[in-house]
Design a protein around this ligand. Structure first.
Ligand code: AKG
Length: 316
């Protein structure tokens, strides 16, 4: 099985990201060392947070479904997309699985206006429980988010599942890599995030570049079974977001399919929108993109009919 070497210090995902140099030193309420973080009393425009939004029954369904998925470790770069001069090849900090379409890290994620083709590879459909939740989220967005912040055709057809936890080194040490460096999600329109397991300290930060510290503008503990939605220019375009850390209090440990040398204590689903015309079946990718993700596709195909079929379509 393809498995990169653990690289706990590497910067996690880089969707418009810069190294996470900031500490949570913002001055307003709900910031600071994280202990005082509370759900926002007055939720700003463009932001929705709902505790206990996923019912215990739905959580149970989702966990059952997760046992059918086999997440993979991806490398950030590839033969046809080598690291820029100041960067090194590295693995992501966590295993991932994508539904709807797969945005392989080495294809640089969906990034309009220029990075729109050869980035999003047709993936598996949502299971009924997620389909149902997505319908409810879409209604919530339409009722609560300014229509000017919802692009025409917007629907949550893409889901990134992030697995957060400890990498176990060959000598048995546990390396906590449950965090995500600051970045933006460039898919247009609101993004919705559903969390399961240990709570995570999620922060919106302002940043003036890699040389200076970022400022925490707003933070929120994302609790087990919570829903967070963020949209609009402030939260999508102006500020970066990051996961600063994931608690270890509940001792949550998901009995998932074995991810080699990894212990999962939080799972997050971020639902996003990619215009359907920018999602390509594998056989329609450019030769370079195909070459870069062929190994991942083969790995996924060992456990998934969808990916097995995608690989069996002859290139035209
Ligand atoms: O895990 C989370 O709460 C956020 C994940 C995230 O920032 C992302 O997938 O872009």
């Amino acid at each position: 099985m393809f498995r990169p070497k653990p690289s706990p210090k590497s910067h996690s995902k880089s969707k418009g990201s810069k190294p996470s140099s900031a500490s949570p030193t913002g001055k307003s309420a709900g910031q600071g060392n994280g202990k005082s973080a509370e759900p926002n009393r007055q939720t700003p425009r463009g932001l929705i947070y709902k505790e206990n939004w996923v019912s215990p029954k739905e959580k149970e369904e989702i966990l059952k479904y997760l046992k059918t998925l086999f997440p993979i470790w991806e490398m950030r770069y590839s033969k046809n997309n080598p690291p820029p001069e100041n960067q090194k090849q590295r693995s992501l900090l966590r295993p991932v699985y994508w539904l709807g379409n797969w945005q392989f890290a080495c294809l640089n994620y969906y990034h309009p206006p220029k990075g729109i083709f050869n980035r999003c590879v047709q993936g598996e459909a949502y299971p009924p429980v997620l389909d149902y939740m997505v319908q409810k989220i879409e209604s919530l967005v339409k009722e609560n988010i300014d229509p000017r912040d919802i692009p025409r055709g917007w629907h949550l057809n893409t889901c990134l599942i992030n697995y957060y936890g400890n990498q176990i080194t060959p000598d048995g040490k546990k390396l906590d890599c449950a965090r995500v460096g600051e970045h933006k999600d460039f898919e247009p329109g609101p993004v919705a995030s559903v969390s399961l397991g240990e709570r995570a300290l999620f922060q919106f930060v302002s940043s003036k570049g890699t040389e200076s510290k970022s400022n925490v503008v707003l933070q929120q503990w994302l609790e087990d079974r919570s829903l967070q939605i963020f949209g609009g220019d402030k939260f999508k375009k102006l500020l970066f977001h990051r996961v600063q850390r994931v608690d270890k209090k509940d001792g949550a440990h998901f009995p998932l399919n074995e991810i080699e040398n990894f212990e999962t204590r939080r799972i997050n689903f971020t639902f996003r929108y990619v215009p359907d015309e920018h999602i390509l079946p594998f056989h329609k990718l450019s030769a370079e993109a195909k070459e870069d993700v062929q190994g991942y596709m083969e790995q996924l195909a060992t456990k998934s009919e969808h990916f097995k079929e995608a690989l069996s379509v002859p290139a035209k």
